[in-house]
Design a protein around this ligand. Structure first.
Ligand code: HEM
Length: 269
């Protein structure tokens, strides 16, 4: 995970955004720091402090990059966010864009790598499906991608606050209540998926919930699918004999952010 999928995920997004000069370890630290806020369900002030410090560091590092792009636009996503659709001679304010930019860093840098690792785990643990995918990467790899994202949903919840009293499945939730919709559970709902714990690239039971629902449906879903497909395709084409070493089942970790701890593989038989 840390040797291949995390770097591919972090660097492909950061380079597309326009953060050419920020090194991998800094980006990794930023993601893990911001994540302390996202997983802070217990409202631990120490976690919040870590996230606040990283958030301030990002503001300090990214503001000069944005200021340069205001004067010298280029093809980066950050440059487009500043300039596109604005009246001649004006740009979006840096302070206006920074919060969105931090959401991109938090949600976008790590999850494609996590997702790709889970998909790879599903394939490696099911060698006959892996053989089918290797024989038809164009058709079956995208199917494996979606099945892996359903099987181990990288982001566990969508959290919200109710604006009014609401009844769901006979339960009344008062106004102003924090709620978490558990995407991982929705992707395993028995009313839709037969034997939901099984990794099966031939499922035809409809969409999963990994990218969320509603107004905040993942803005990076097409980019993420491309990152995952390119990363997996390149790995599989270069290492077709890859297999799990016989050291027990793949271990997964995390609840709000879930992924294999590591993939212990050999590259030739
Ligand atoms: C497999 C990879 C990914 C997964 C599983 C994932 C999942 C999600 C989920 C569940 C949400 C909804 C959160 C909520 O409603 O509270 C979300 C939102 C979002 N995602 Fe992703 N994401 C992935 C990759 C990416 C990437 C690569 C980017 C950026 C290029 C990205 C950018 C965003 C943004 C900006 C939002 C917020 C959209 C809004 O608030 O309108 N995501 N993502």
């Amino acid at each position: 995970m840390s040797d291949y999928f995390e770097p591919v995920s972090i660097l492909s997004l950061s380079r597309s955004l326009g953060l050419q000069d920020v090194d991998l370890e800094t980006l990794r630290r930023w993601f893990f720091g911001l994540a302390q806020w996202a997983i802070n369900f217990e409202c631990d002030p120490e976690r919040q402090n870590i996230a606040d410090a990283v958030s301030a560091e990002i503001t300090q590092a990214v503001t000069p990059i944005m200021e340069r792009l205001i004067a010298e636009p280029d093809d980066s996503a950050l440059s487009h966010m500043l300039h596109d659709g604005m009246p001649e001679g004006s740009v979006r304010a840096v302070d206006f864009l920074l919060p969105t930019f931090k959401v991109l860093l938090l949600g976008g840098m790590q999850e494609p790598g996590h997702g790709a690792g889970s998909i790879m785990a599903g394939l490696l643990q099911n060698p006959s499906q892996f053989s089918e995918v290797k024989a038809d990467l164009t058709t079956l790899l995208p199917r494996a991608d979606d099945e892996g994202l359903r099987w181990v949903t990288p982001i566990g919840t969508q959290t919200r606050e109710t604006t009014q009293e609401v009844e769901i499945a006979g339960v009344t939730i008062p106004a102003g209540q924090a709620v978490a919709a558990v995407l991982a559970s929705a992707s395993h709902c028995e009313s839709r998926f037969t034997n939901p714990g099984r990794f099966d690239i031939h499922r035809s039971e409809g969409a999963h919930a990994a990218f969320g629902f509603g107004h905040h449906f993942c803005a990076g879903r097409w980019f993420a699918r491309q990152q995952i497909t390119v990363a997996l395709r390149s790995l599989i084409e270069n290492q077709p004999e890859m297999a799990l070493r016989d050291r027990g089942p793949v271990q997964f970790t995390g609840w709000e952010f879930r992924a294999p701890v590591a993939l212990d593989v050999s590259f030739d038989r």
